[in-house]
Design a protein around this ligand. Structure first.
Ligand SMILES: NC(=O)c1ccc[n+]([C@@H]2O[C@H](COP(=O)([O-])OP(=O)(O)OC[C@H]3O[C@@H](n4cnc5c(N)ncnc54)[C@H](O)[C@@H]3O)[C@@H](O)[C@H]2O)c1
Length: 465
């Protein structure tokens, strides 16, 4: 029986390993992590992350060919193939601080693998890493392992999206496997391909050299984020010209060379990956003397920051230029719907911006815990202006304005007549995800701001800083 060890039981390691276990009953999959609390949550009824369909997959395999453990050493020792899905955040200090990827966790995982391995192993990079990381990992492994043990490093970046992870893993657009040239590299690629062959059609499995696979993942995230910043930049122009962003998106999407996805204007992109991976790309470009290329990608992040501050300014300027002491209901805190993940969610910057103007926030998100929101807004002096409530009606009661910051389906079907009646007047709605029916809300009496749409007469005369 082939044994797999997945190091890192996070948003990537947990779901990917669970789906491999589901699709390959003949393979034993052990998911290990240094975090005891994460592992005990994976072994409990309440999994550490929310992802549609994940619980069913885990329940089906856990205790059969899928296990979660903190015994990292044992499972590394026993494994034939090791997937490394540890976190690779942006470096916060030292050389490359604020841009370069912090490979501390990766390096420590590689050192553990080197220490524990007594037989040949295939090491699979699942984490997103800078191009040519495999070369550094190879060096760590070969200089620190027992004599005679051989390692083959493969790059197999993960393209799942949070919120649709299980669907994406079961039915991927493509699986990318990069390996070393030469017979041993080729054999390792075929072994990993053999796992995906259990459920992924052959034509969707792409094999490349190591560096193309590593760089493809950074490029993929940069292109996706760039589309969001492009449509968001257009949304600002729509608001001042009377053009309408949904009509623009629709027209663009019908161009087969552009396609329909990632064309929704919003308050900005979030999530743990886009910003950190673009910064990493920028750092790699700068390190290679490609300053113009670095500046090109930097702009994607600048536009994203601009979109968030533009939203805050719109809220404040519409409400008589001050939100001081006013109750603002924040609906949604996760960085997108169907996930409990708040890493780099635009809600953090928007809330901090409103708190900076002394607003009183009442926040509701269907999946994000109170503790998490408190942690994300850890600004001691302002936390007293934040209450976190358990339903949208409570959040909006007596509020002066509502900010929709996550596109949760339940926000589309609230009883807005009831919401309106319980709010202060004039009652404002700032739809940061463009999910609401503006005409319907306007008829009820709301003053509605929707990103990239012609401005309500109320806002039209207000100079936007
Ligand atoms: N989240 C996504 O949507 C996504 C998608 C594709 C790729 N990625 C990439 O995948 C990687 C992991 O992302 P994530 O969101 O799952 O991160 P995460 O923080 O949710 O999980 C990483 C886990 O690794 C564990 N860990 C760290 N060092 C360890 C070690 N030495 N031994 C054992 N466990 C260790 C941590 O405790 C943590 O539980 C990152 O490189 C990320 O860029 C993420």
């Amino acid at each position: 029986m082939v044994k797999i060890c997945g190091i890192g039981a996070g948003y990537v390691g947990g779901p990917t390993m669970a789906v491999i276990a589901l699709k390959c009953p003949s393979i034993e999959v052990a998911v290990v992590d240094i975090s005891h609390s994460r592992i005990s949550a994976w072994n409990s009824e309440k999994l550490p992350i929310y992802e549609p369909g994940l619980e069913e997959v885990v329940k089906q395999c856990r205790g059969k060919n899928l296990l979660f453990s903190t015994d990292v050493e044992k499972h590394i020792f026993e494994a034939d193939i090791i997937f490394v899905s540890v976190n690779t955040p942006t470096k916060s200090s030292g050389l490359g601080a604020g841009k370069a990827a912090d490979l501390t966790y990766w390096e420590s995982a590689a050192r553990m693998v080197a220490d524990m391995s007594k037989s040949d192993k295939i090491i699979v990079e699942k984490s997103t890493v800078p191009v040519r990381t495999a070369e550094a990992i190879e060096k760590i492994l070969t200089h620190n392992s027992s004599k005679g043990v051989k390692f083959q490093i493969l790059s197999n970046p993960e393209f799942l999206s949070e919120g649709t992870a299980i669907q994406d893993l079961i039915n991927p657009d493509r699986v990318l496997i990069g390996g070393r040239e030469g017979p041993e590299g080729h054999e390792a690629v075929l072994k990993l391909k053999g796992i995906y062959d259990h459920w992924v059609p052959e034509d969707k499995i792409i094999t490349t050299n190591l560096w193309s696979a590593e760089l493809s993942k950074l490029a993929d995230n940069a292109f996706l984020a760039q589309r969001i910043s492009s449509i968001n930049a257009m949304s600002a122009l729509c608001e001042v010209t009377g053009a309408e962003i949904s009509q623009l998106s629709d027209a663009l999407s019908k161009n087969t060379k552009i396609g329909p996805k990632f064309l929704n204007a919003s308050v900005g992109f979030g999530g743990s990956c886009f910003q950190k991976d673009i910064l990493n790309l920028v750092y790699i470009c700068e390190s290679n003397g490609l300053i113009e290329v670095a500046n090109y990608w930097k702009q994607v992040i600048k536009v994203n920051d601009y979109q968030k501050s533009r939203f805050v300014n719109r809220v404040v300027s519409s409400m008589f230029n001050t939100v001081s002491g006013k109750k603002i209901a924040v609906l949604g805190f996760a960085f997108k719907k169907d996930t409990s993940d708040t890493r780099k969610t635009p809600a953090i910057d928007v809330c901090k911006g409103l708190l900076g103007d002394n607003a009183c926030l009442s926040i509701y998100d269907p999946r994000v815990s109170k503790d998490q929101i408190h942690k994300d807004l850890s600004m001691d002096s302002e936390v007293k202006h934040v209450s976190i409530v358990s339903d949208a009606y409570e959040a909006t009661k007596d509020a002066h304005g509502i900010c929709i910051l996550t596109e949760w389906d339940e926000f589309k079907t609230l009883d807005y007549q009831r919401v309106f009646e319980n709010m202060q007047k004039p009652a404002f709605v700032f739809d940061g995800r463009n999910i609401l029916n503006v005409d319907k809300l306007t008829k009820i009496g709301f003053i509605v701001y929707s990103i990239g749409r012609p401005l309500h007469q109320w806002m039209n005369n207000i100079h936007q800083p």
